[in-house]
Design a binder for this molecule. Structure first.
Ligand SMILES: C[S@@+](CC[C@H](N)C(=O)[O-])C[C@H]1O[C@@H](n2cnc3c(N)ncnc32)[C@H](O)[C@@H]1O
Length: 293
């Protein structure tokens, strides 16, 4: 049943959106669903980067892990398989139900899922060795408050992995449609024009906030948010470039778009092309509490 509400705060719009689309979100990770899309490719890349960063941190083995904004539970199962004692938290009960069915192999006591707002999580302080918050900050109006809460929950030497989208994506910089439509929407249109709405597959997971949109960041902006919350960035992973379009028309087939994205990513290994990190679609960041913060 579709959830209706008259509370139009950003938080409630987000909660309603994910509650009404929990299964659409879940299907984006489903390999047996043969409808391929660049979004699915991006999600796979994001997960690979997150777990690569986790496996690099020796301190993280067998510890307590929290997935804040756990959604449909695709990170919870993998963290559990890796031996972590895992807790999943999300503001949407419907998302937690999807997560719960994924963890059905766990006993009732081992399945720890909490319905909570990330600004105020009812869990003990200094408890978690690792906290991941993937694809969540961009939906919030107070990222610093969420990170401050993460800092409270984290052990003093714990590790946090976050991910955010880039405002200066190469794919948008080479296509004026994106910025023009944003300016036009902001000035003249009551509802968001939704830049992905022409994509049938993505439209159910694209949120509509009206005039404002999901936040996007520069590396400078996210660095400032991280610092103001008492953390420091220790590693940045830049991933995915494209798919490239001119106006609303995609220039390449999905297969080509993925090869082009992989090519751009491979250039990041060369010093001369490191500047490309500022123009990737998204970043996964490993952050740690500042020693003096
Ligand atoms: C884009 S989904 C990402 C889900 C999951 N982390 C993943 O990467 O597959 C964002 C999730 O954040 C949750 N969320 C949004 N705002 C939240 C808040 N204020 N507190 C807790 N969870 C929130 C949503 O309900 C949704 O499940």
């Amino acid at each position: 049943m579709e959830i209706q509400s008259t509370d139009n705060s950003r938080k409630n719009i987000v909660k309603k959106h994910f509650s009404n689309h929990s299964e659409d979100w879940d299907s984006l990770y489903d390999d047996s669903d043969k409808r391929e899309s660049f979004t699915k490719f991006e999600l796979k890349k994001r997960k690979e980067n997150v777990f690569d960063l986790i496996s690099k941190q020796h301190s993280m083995v067998n510890g307590n892990a929290l997935d804040l904004g756990c959604g449909a539970g695709h990170y919870l199962t993998e963290l559990t398989d890796q031996g972590f004692n895992v807790v999943g938290a999300d503001i949407s009960n419907e998302m937690l139900l999807v997560s719960s069915s994924k963890l059905s192999y766990l006993s009732h006591e081992d399945k720890k899922l909490v319905c909570a707002d990330c600004y105020n999580v009812p869990l003990p302080a200094n408890y978690f060795d690792v906290i991941i918050c993937i694809g969540v900050l961009e939906y919030l109006d107070k990222e610093t408050s969420a990170l401050t809460e993460i800092k409270r929950l984290l052990k003093p030497d714990g590790d946090v992995i976050i991910s955010v989208p880039n405002f200066f994506k190469l794919r948008n910089l080479v296509n004026p449609y994106y910025y023009l439509i944003r300016i036009w929407t902001y000035l003249f249109v009551k509802k968001s024009a939704g830049t992905h709405k022409n994509d049938e597959y993505n439209k159910n997971v694209t949120i509509d906030f009206g005039k404002s949109t999901v936040s996007r960041y520069s590396l400078t902006k996210i660095n400032k948010i991280v610092k103001n919350s008492g953390f420091r960035i220790t590693e940045v992973r830049s991933y995915c470039f494209g798919p490239f379009s001119i106006w609303k028309k995609r220039l390449f087939s999905l297969e080509k778009a993925i090869s082009i994205s992989n090519f751009f990513e491979s250039l990041l290994d060369y010093k001369a092309f490191r500047i490309l990190k500022f123009f990737a679609n998204r970043w996964v960041l490993h952050i740690k509490p500042k020693v003096d913060g």
